[in-house]
Ligand binder design. Structure first.
Ligand code: NDP
Length: 403
């Protein structure tokens, strides 16, 4: 069996670790390492009390993933076959550096972002391509749900249903209700940076920028119903624009309820979402980091969230010269996720694909030297694994389109 070093011990890590234990055909051992070792130990205990108990060996360690030499020492000691990075996007490059130094394969779920600029771009990580090729190791970028499964869906559509895909709309709906007036479903700092930034979409070879939440549509989601959704910039738009042939436009929409938006507007108006440090009682603090500390921990939402998510892609393109449409999506139930792995659906839909991506590398299906986005790899074994590990997908060949 194979060994994985899982970095981070938040909501997503909890799911990744449970799913590695479930997939004991591939994984024989994991090490969970984070800044706070107690959180790693909690995940280990949870697995050991779950239905996945005893299937794989689990170790824990403390590591500061901003520190390359600490990471290198840990990798040399544990000797993993792959590092699964589910810490925060700020740690991507230091972890990639440690993987290069130790010649270890790498996988993450979110692209690198410098702390002081809220901007999602692959340029920093794509710059590692040659180094990874030379070292003969694989890096898989963005193997969560979006990015992640949305890229695999695109590769699958391209491979099986289209000669040319011209339009992609990615729709991310969360009809979950946690009962709090305001909370975020994953790391609040990362989430708020994402939704307060300008929106943008890719059209005719260039980015079109919008004001935050400027473009609104209403969509009737299968198994969820009608929801307001807003156009956001999202990181997979950048790689899909490069990797899917014939693309004319790609957009990303996410649903938000009125209460969430009203709270966000107020927090923004009073300056609480700013990432500019301010002076407070003789100490420099970043308002958004302070806000994150005040808001409910996303992990605490698990036991109280009811409802479903629906995330998928609508494609329009051509096959044998004929116009064609195709919608593929997954519906995930918050309460069922919680019952299975003690996490809500947002962490679940991210953690399952991270485990699957790592398994693809470990079994050799996705093992090539270099740095890759998921849509550059064969989607078939990944799609099969989604059905097997809890994220079954549904196809619709006559979907309602978004205008
Ligand atoms: P959490 O905030 O719950 O967990 C993050 C973890 O990272 C914490 O355990 C934290 O450690 C750890 N961490 C932070 N800094 C360091 C460091 N310097 N060294 C070691 N560990 C560190 O986040 P989530 O689990 O919700 O999200 C994890 C990742 O998944 C994020 O990058 C997020 O952007 C991504 N994501 C991707 C999605 C997708 O679909 N592609 C969707 C949702 C999330 P500690 O608590 O010990 O301080």
């Amino acid at each position: 069996g194979k060994k994985a070093l899982v970095i981070g011990a938040g909501g997503v890590s909890n799911v990744v670790c449970h799913k590695c234990a479930q997939n004991s055909e591939v994984f024989s051992s994991i090490m969970i390492a984070s800044r706070t070792k107690a959180k790693c130990d909690e995940i280990k205990e949870r697995i050991e009390k779950s239905k996945y108990a005893g299937r794989i060996e689990i170790q824990t360690a403390k590591v500061d993933a901003n520190n390359v030499s600490e990471l290198v020492a840990l990798i040399n000691e544990y000797k993993p076959d792959i590092v699964i990075n589910v810490a925060l996007p700020y740690q991507d490059l230091t972890i990639m550096d440690a993987c290069l130094e130790t010649k270890t394969d790498y996988l993450d779920t979110a692209n690198y972002e410098p702390l002081d600029t809220a901007k999602f771009e692959y340029k920093w990580q794509w710059a590692y391509k040659e180094k990874f090729e030379k070292a003969g190791i694989t890096a898989i970028l963005g193997s969560g749900f979006d990015p992640g499964v949305t890229g695999v869906f695109s590769a699958y559509a391209q491979k099986h249903y289209f000669d040319e895909i011209n339009y992609i709309d990615i729709l991310d709906a969360n009809a979950g209700d946690h009962g709090y007036p305001f909370a975020t479903n994953f790391n609040p700092e990362i989430n708020i940076r994402e939704v307060t930034a300008n929106g943008s979409y890719w059209e005719d070879g260039k980015w079109v920028e919008t004001e935050p939440m400027e473009i609104k549509r209403v969509y009737n989601f299968p198994q969820i119903g009608e929801k307001d959704m807003y156009l956001l910039h999202h990181e997979e738009l950048e790689s899909l624009a490069v990797n899917i042939k014939g693309i004319k436009r790609i957009r990303f929409f996410m649903t938000f309820g009125q209460s969430y938006l009203t709270h966000l507007k107020v927090l923004e108006n009073v300056g609480m979402t700013s990432i500019e440090p301010i002076e407070f009682e003789g100490k420099k603090i970043v308002p958004l980091q302070f806000l994150t500390a005040v808001l409910p921990d996303p992990a605490s939402l698990g036991p109280r969230t009811k409802g479903k998510t629906n995330i998928g892609n609508i494609f329009r393109g051509k096959k044998d010269g004929v116009e064609k449409t195709y919608y593929v999506y997954n519906v995930c139930d918050h309460e069922e996720c919680y019952k299975e792995v003690s996490s809500q659906a947002i962490s679940y839909t991210t953690g399952v694909p991270a485990m699957i991506g790592a398994a693809m590398v470990l079994t050799g299906e996705w093992k090539k030297p270099g740095v890759f986005n998921v849509e550059e790899m064969d989607p078939d074994p990944f799609m099969e694994a989604l059905n097997k590990f809890g994220l079954p997908w549904v196809e619709d060949f006559n979907p309602t389109l978004v205008d």
